[in-house]
Design a protein around this ligand. Structure first.
Ligand code: NAG
Ligand code: NAG
Length: 207
């Protein structure tokens, strides 16, 4: 019985290998087939790369659209005010004023360590400052900057006791633009606990 099964198997195997040998496909060339397969895989890989690129582009557009939708649903809230805490100047060079006492900083776009406001998104912003001085030995002055561009420069000869001026502009900012004030060389400003010298701004509307 066992021998019969083995014989049958041997017969089958021989038969099938005989058949293979008997019917070789003259057009079938294994090497050729491998080369073709290889080419197809290469093409597929290229297609996949293109699709991945398209996918990334789509994801970016989707993220941008989601952001716009979010801005429409809940407009971003950006508003800050900060004050000096003590007199500043005079120096023989211009310095960036650092208003370290934060009064309001919704959206955290104002940095009280550097004195710089960085626009988090494109839009129209209202930026203003109020400045005080209380001596007549040096003039008081403030320059307002957007990036490296001076937007306005105010100065006044202090009358000697709590003299003020203020300035403000609506400024068009792109995300990443910075706004700050400088104390020009040889001028002075005054502050104490009363928040006399301040820097403020807020987003009017995104664009
Ligand atoms: C901001 O504005 C600039 C200039 O108009 C534009 O190139 C950029 O795509 C805008 N960014 C966003 C997030 O709308
Ligand atoms: C100055 O601003 C701080 C912070 O908002 C506030 O706590 C303080 O009362 C203000 N000082 C005066 C005199 O208004």
């Amino acid at each position: 019985m066992k021998a019969g099964v083995v014989l049958a198997l041997v017969f089958l195997l021989c038969n099938s290998s005989l058949q293979d040998a008997e019917t070789p496909d003259p057009k079938f060339d294994v090497n050729q087939e491998i080369i073709q397969l290889h080419d197809r895989v290469t093409r597929l890989k290229e297609d996949l790369k293109v699709m991945e690129k398209n996918n990334a582009a789509l994801r970016m557009r989707l993220a941008a659209a989601n952001l716009e939708l979010k801005n429409l649903k809940e407009p971003p809230k950006i508003a800050f005010s900060a004050a000096l805490t003590h007199p500043v100047g005079h120096y023989n060079v211009d310095i960036t004023l650092v208003y370290t006492k934060v009064i309001t900083n919704v959206g955290r776009a104002y940095n009280p360590v550097t004195g710089i406001f960085t626009a988090p998104l494109n839009g129209s912003y209202y930026i203003r400052f109020t400045s005080c001085d209380n001596t007549d030995s040096h003039g008081m002055a403030v320059d307002l900057y957007k990036n490296n561009e001076k937007m306005n420069g105010l100065s006044k000869y202090s009358n000697g006791f709590m003299t003020y001026f203020s300035g403000g502009l609506v400024i068009q900012l792109e995300a990443g633009d910075v706004v700050y004030t400088k104390l020009p060389a040889n001028s002075k400003l005054y502050d104490d606990a009363n928040n006399r010298t301040t820097f403020s701004g807020f987003l009017i509307f995104p664009m």
